[in-house]
Design a protein around this ligand. Structure first.
Ligand code: MG
Ligand code: MG
Length: 253
């Protein structure tokens, strides 16, 4: 069942969203060649806890980190590791969730490590742009398919692969709630959107094939062809005033 939030619940979602968004800003400042993904994860956990919140992902289905940190051809769900170090030219995806007052925020960014290829920068930018193309459709009266079709149409000129096995989702008291929010779809189809819905819209876009594989660790999802992948996610609320992006703190990030 889709949980529609009242104004009090939306205020709680805003608080969770703000902390989640701020945490990504803290992480961004630390991204540099030589830092381990565990060091990033430790800083992320420390900031979330300093805010009086809890990392949503820590222990979720047994996930061992506070953030999912995925490098280059890893799409999502990378496990933070003290043995994994960022290198110049990498792109790193940091996916964070924070829970406060019983409500969750969920947001991800793809960050270049030092100087990266033009190809990588274009992928990062196009993935971000596709989020906004999708989010623009998140208004009452539209349907879920309007979001997904806007996302996939936004990246189709580039020939990128749109990941299908993993998708966005409703969010609230649980990190993952109904409805599913695919990054593909048919305009005018699917669940009708209404005010008070809160969604995590999260395009995962691959430079090459859309196909992904799971690593033997049971978590890390990577591209089947080993090419780069980018991820951009925000928690949004559908309101009578239009879509509100709860985890967007720096409008340029
Ligand atoms: Mg996420
Ligand atoms: Mg999510």
């Amino acid at each position: 069942m889709i949980q529609v939030k009242n104004s009090m619940q939306l205020n709680a979602m805003k608080e969770a969203g703000r902390i989640t968004g701020e945490t990504l800003l803290v992480a961004r400042e630390l991204v540099r060649p030589g830092i381990s993904t565990k060091q990033l994860d430790d800083a992320i956990r420390a900031y979330i806890e300093k805010c009086g919140a809890k990392p949503s992902f820590l222990g979720y289905h047994g996930f061992p980190g506070s953030a999912c940190i995925s490098i280059n051809d890893e799409v999502i769900h990378g496990i933070p590791s003290a043995k994994r170090f960022l290198q110049e030219g990498d792109i790193v995806k940091i996916d964070v969730g924070a829970c406060i007052g019983g409500y969750h925020g969920d947001s991800a960014r793809t960050i270049p490590v030092g100087r990266v290829s033009d190809e990588a920068m274009q992928l990062i930018k196009a993935t971000r742009d596709s989020f906004f193309a999708g989010a623009k459709m998140a208004v009452a009266g539209n349907r879920i398919g309007d979001i997904g079709s806007a996302i996939s149409e936004s990246v189709s000129p580039y020939g990128y692969g749109v990941v299908r096995e993993f998708i966005g989702h409703g969010i609230g008291r649980n990190v993952h709630e109904e409805p599913d929010v695919p990054n593909y779809g048919t305009a005018g189809r699917g669940v009708r959107l209404c005010n008070g819905m809160t969604l995590a819209i999260e395009p995962m876009i691959n430079l090459g094939t859309a196909k992904v594989i799971m690593l033997p660790d049971g978590w890390t999802v990577k591209t089947a062809d080993g090419k780069l992948s980018a991820h951009y996610e925000n928690t949004v609320a559908i309101t009578p005033e239009g879509v509100q992006i709860l985890t967007l703190i720096d409008n340029d990030f």
